[in-house]
Write a new protein. Sequence first.
Length: 290
Amino acid sequence: MNRPLASLVITLALLGTLGAAPPAGGAPGSLKSRLPQRIVQAGVINVGSDISYAPVEFYRAGTHDVEGLDYDIAAAMGKKLGVRFNFINTTFDGIIPALLANRFDIIFSAMNDTAEREKRIDFIDYFLAGSGILVQKGNPQHIHSLADLCGKTADAEQGTAQVTYLQDQSKRCVAQNKGAITVLSFATDTDAFQQLKVGRSVAHVADYPVAAYDARTQSGGSLFQVVGKQFNVAAYGIGVRKEDRQLRDALQAALKAVVADGEYDRILAKWGLQEGALRTVPINAGSGIH
C-alpha cells in the first residue's frame, strides 16, 4: 500500500501493543460457550455492513456473494466460535442507529473506532488504515493533499470520516480566502466514486486501502491514481452495543485466536493489506491512534 511501516510501528508503540501474543483458540468452536445463549441457540451472528467497499467488503462481480477482508476475518472467527456470520447490507450513514435498534447483532464494516462513536457503541479493534485521495491518472488538477482541494469539488461516502475531513478542510480554505470545497456525498462509496468517474468531482476521498484498490483495478490501473500520503491513520473496529459485553468479549477472544494461529496474517496477505496489521485486538483503543 506504499504506507511506511515505521509509522505503524510508532502508532502501535503508543498504544502499548507491540510484542504481545494472544492466546490460541483451540479446536473449532471451542469458544462457543463464551457467547450469549441467544447467539448459541440461533447459531448465527447477524452483521450490519455496507457491502460496497472493496477490498474490505463487497459483492463478487455478478453475484450476491460477499467477499473481502472483513468477510474473511468474520468467517475465521465463526470457526473459532462455532457459529455463522450472516452479512446484511446496510447504508453506512445509518448503520449505528440500525445496530442500536437491534436490526443486527454487530457492525463489521471498515468502521473507524473514534472517540465520538465510542460514546454510542463499543469496538473491538482489528486493523489500521488511513485515508487516501484518488484522482484522474496524471493528476491534471495537481492535487497532493486536502489543502489542494480549496475551491474545487470532491466526493466521499455519506457518514464517513472522509466527509468530516473534507468539511473541516473547507472551513480552513474559506478562512484563507481560497474558496470552499464543494463536498458531494452519497449513500455508498460506489456512488460517490462515480462522481470522479464522470467528472463531477476532481477527487474521491476514501479509506486508503479502498482508494488504492480502486486505482489498481479500474481498467487495469490506467484511469486513476492515489496522490499524496495517506493521512489520519485510525483503527477499524467491530461495533457492538454497549450492553452486549458478553458478545463483545467472546468476539475479542475469537479474533485473538485468529491472530494467534496465523489465519489473520494469511487473510491480510490475500488482500495485500499486511501493513495494516493490528495484533492485540484492543477494546475501544482506536481513539488513541493519531
